[in-house]
Write a protein that binds this ligand. Sequence first.
Ligand code: PHE
Length: 427
Amino acid sequence: PRQRTVTVLGETYPTDDYTNLPPTIAELLERRLHVTPPHPLNTIRKLIASHFEGFKSYDDLPAVVTPALNFDSLGFPPDHPGRARGQSYYINRGIMLRTHTSAHEVDIYRQTPRSGGWLCTADVYRRDEIDRSHYPAFHQTEGARLVNVADMDKLKAENEELRRGIKASRIIMEDCPDFDAITNPLQASHLPETVLPMAQNLKLRITTLFMSIFPPSTTPLHVRWTPDIFPWTSPSFQLEVRYRDAWLELLGCGIILDDTIARGGHNPAEERSWAFGMGIERIAMPLFGVPDIRLFWSKDERFWKQFKDGQVSKFQEFSKYPPVERDIAFWLPVGMAKPHAASHAAGGEVGGWEENDLWDIIREVGGDLVEDVKIFDDFWNEAKGRRSLAIRITFRSMERSLERAEVNEITDEITAKLTARLAVEIR
Ligand code: PHE
């Protein structure tokens, strides 16, 4: 028999014949990776926001939505395959997990002033296979810009400037026709004079985004635009990037349909809007060198510790083999200062005791097998007039499970060297 209720983000919902949300997926909603520093997805979110200056960010919208919001508000037909239980996660018939950030478009347009722009980054959910580049939960950033039809000359001038910047960069951009009567038609009410600069602005703003995100020193970035189809945009495009000898789909975008503009509280006779939605893992993987999409969900501190908030750095793969820990406790030589008594400003040097000597000896003996060293106890014994330290060394190999005997031998050698060189007394 099925559970009568499910709890998602602390809310309890009744289930029905549509329910297909497993607890393992429901738990992912709690993670909020895209707003948690120093996670790479949080950094990507911020990099994108800094490129779209003046756009208002919505990064905290809950993933539990209605099918009306996720599909109907955007004009998805009733039989669209995305609605199927096989493709989306349903809490029950009336409540689901958003499959894209576009689910919030109409609501956000309603809060956006004329000629305004906005961004929305969020976790999205689609039933999918799991491998190195697919996971049923991922993240998207949606962006949109409203432009008054009276401002098209200003937009054209902006486009010229953006185009000059791209020419001077290491981006190779293959464009596709903005309008194509068959796959990518202009909306009946739209004049090419207003839609052409809009479509160009959309493509140029996204291309310059990638220019600013990917470091200029790398080999040329090859991108191409192809026509696409979405129920609430026309014309519509897809952007692909050349990565490891294949074209990787990065985003979908287009010129918003008048119906959707109107649902969002704007006047389609006076305003045009472009919008895009992109998967940000697809950007973070090559940028941070993360080889497997599942790593983004890791709770292992060896993943988290490698990143700094707002900074792009290359990820170092870590081992799947188990760690082996060894503790060593010792008295420092008599006469060493109390902890914190002397100045720590002198690079950790306290009364002749140099912490770095300790790290050097451990590294010298243990080499790459030493993953981490921590001081977990540090106290002053008044009677003895001596300071005691206890350290924990974590050993781990990238290639194999370590033998106890081997780790013991290394630990013995570290102990011997500490005693000989630093005159400590093992406890
Ligand atoms: N939501 C679309 C997707 O997930 C992308 C998109 C966003 C397309 C905005 C057009 C406009 O594929």
